[in-house]
Design a protein around this ligand. Structure first.
Ligand code: ATP
Length: 280
């Protein structure tokens, strides 16, 4: 297997096959990673980055993402294989999620059952519970930042992730308003509980087949209305206890929001889906 103590990969062991999508740093490719000379090969996703094309902040984000990801090992968090950094373009190599980004998967598959969607939000809860146990704040939980493959939601996109339980971001930096808790809109203070809020918005996205949250509203209106107490409707046929649970996740008072461990155990109780043994 991989030399686990180092995350350095060689370009010569990585074969690019085709383009998967466009990322913030450059193209994201599907490819193959050969573990050792003559060793076995796995299909992977590869984020490419040409440092000369990136801003200082982007380089920081790319390197930060690799540093953060290598500490994770969970079936609902996208797996990291390593970085090839001896020549340009840099390759960040990770697990291939066969169905791609979660938002586009939801748009392409609008007929998923409510049970399936309940399972998806539970899987995301397991992944986020794991991250919060580190603890890290993801800071950009949204359907576009999760992947779907092998019937599993996988949390991805760790460019903004920070260690710890709270983080004061630059109030002048742009932020994805539709996913933000009121204290982030007001003061850019992120915490585990602001991830819980974003998780509630993502659950809404899952139940609404990947539609952009607060449809028909401009971001300025979203900010103003959410601060005044407005919340989006969840599907009428959603289990009332799940509706109630999501409602608590976007409570104005962060102390009223449950932890992700509480969300996961509540969802397990309501859906009767057992937590698989993640140990193996
Ligand atoms: P942004 O910040 O704009 O979202 P990014 O650099 O974080 O960009 P991603 O969104 O992660 O890039 O990747 C771009 C696209 O590539 C995704 O929308 C998805 O379609 C595809 N993709 C990324 N990672 C994977 C993966 N591990 N497996 C399958 N497809 C992937």
């Amino acid at each position: 297997s991989l030399p686990r103590q180092t995350w350095e990969l060689d370009h010569e062991n990585i074969e690019i096959v085709r383009k998967l999508g466009e990322g913030a740093f450059g193209e994201v490719m599907m490819g193959k990673l050969k573990f050792r000379k003559g060793g076995k090969t796995v299909n992977v996703a590869i984020k490419q980055a040409k440092l000369s094309n990136l801003t200082k902040d982007q380089i920081k984000e790319f390197m930060g993402e690799a540093r953060v990801m290598r500490q994770f090992n969970h079936p609902h968090v996208v797996r990291f294989y390593g970085v090839a950094a001896t020549t340009e373009p840099l390759y960040m190599v990770m697990e291939l999620a066969s169905n791609g980004a979660l938002d586009s998967y939801l748009k392409k598959n609008p007929d998923l059952s409510l049970d399936k969607k309940n399972e998806m939000i539970l899987q995301a809860a397991w992944g986020l519970e794991y991250l919060h146990g580190k603890p890290v704040i993801h800071r950009d939980i949204a359907a576009r930042n999760c992947l779907y493959g092998d019937n599993r939601v996988k949390i991805s996109d760790f460019g903004l992730t920070r260690h710890g339980v709270s983080y004061q971001a630059d109030p002048n930096k742009k932020a994805p308003i539709r996913w933000l808790a009121t204290e982030v809109i007001r003061q850019r203070v992120f915490s585990l509980k602001t991830d819980v809020w974003a998780y509630a918005v993502m659950s809404w996205e899952i139940y609404n087949n990947g539609v952009e949250p607060y449809p028909g509203m401009m971001v300025a209106e979203v900010a103003q209305r959410v601060i005044s107490g407005y919340r989006m409707d969840l599907p009428v046929d959603l289990h009332p206890e799940i509706k109630n649970l999501i409602g608590k996740c976007w409570a104005e008072n962060e102390h009223e929001r449950p932890s992700m461990a509480d969300v996961a155990s509540e969802l397990q109780r309501i859906t009767l889906i057992q937590r698989p043994d993640f140990a193996s």
